[in-house]
Design a protein around this ligand. Sequence first.
Ligand SMILES: [Zn+2]
Length: 343
Amino acid sequence: MLTFPYRFALTLFAEDGTNAGTALAQCDWEPVHEWTRLNFQRTGELAPELEDESASILPIWETKYGEPYCRGFRVEIARPGREPVGWDFPNTYFKEFAGTVASVFVEQKKLREGEVFTYIVVAHPGATEPPAAAGLRVTNASPGLPMQEGSIETFLARARPEGVIDADDLPVFVSAQVLEQAAAQTRAHKGTETGSILIGKLWRDLSAAEIFIEVTAQIPAEHTSGSNVKLTFTPETWTAVDAALRLRRRGEVYLGYFHSHPVFEWCRSKACTPEAQRKCSLARDFFSADDKAVMRAAFPRAYSIAMVANDTAFDLSFSMFGNRRGITQPRGFYILEDSSHGA
Ligand SMILES: [Zn+2]
């Protein structure tokens, strides 16, 4: 459970330095909580079978000005009979929320449209009601990790990296077969968004003190409704995946989702020149606000991933996204050449 001994607020300043107003920080704290827990489960400082842990969000005071000014916040997780563990996050975590506040202030004429603003973060003691959970469907809601034991070396020996591998990220292995199927599905639905649910295993390597995931299969979301801009999963999709998981009986869990971006179609409808299409920011590592909302609602775990097929006029490539320090960001992964035999 996540508790809030302090109330955080943001004060925004206009370009000329005048105080535009203050708003109570109504952020989504679950992503930082999730990330912090998994981070310490990876290092072995928190038990993987953690059931009912208690965590709190605490201010980190500004070095020079002190309380109530914050230079960040800490997610602290209690450990029975031991010192708590905690991770510090910078004020930049509030950036997205600050943008939301700014647009309200623009409507209220406290800021001008397009004005460059700055913000500071303050915190005052006083419990607040925990924000209502945004989740529509929380898959595997227990914070415990359903892990199997395996050697990461065995996986690395038959894997090749794709994208930029960051040591901070949980290693992700995707079977080459899953990528082939996702590519085939993208081509079969050329011009519209199509998707699937990614399932697989969570592995723990005790000797390497590491946790990693393996995407073993994708269950095409045949009941989804796809247009060229948006894909929605329907209740039938989940029923189909639940049934597949039961039938396969391999201890697999929901890991995330895959969907395609018909970039060439977006570019064609805007009549972009080939040169513009090559430089298009939608062509690679693009994750829309809708994509983030699906991820947050259906796959909120720190190990959850989203895979995107970028179908451009020139090629078909894959991007991967995951929670890095509380924020959904592009990340690298490994392609596994043949399927797992239990490592
Ligand atoms: Zn998308």
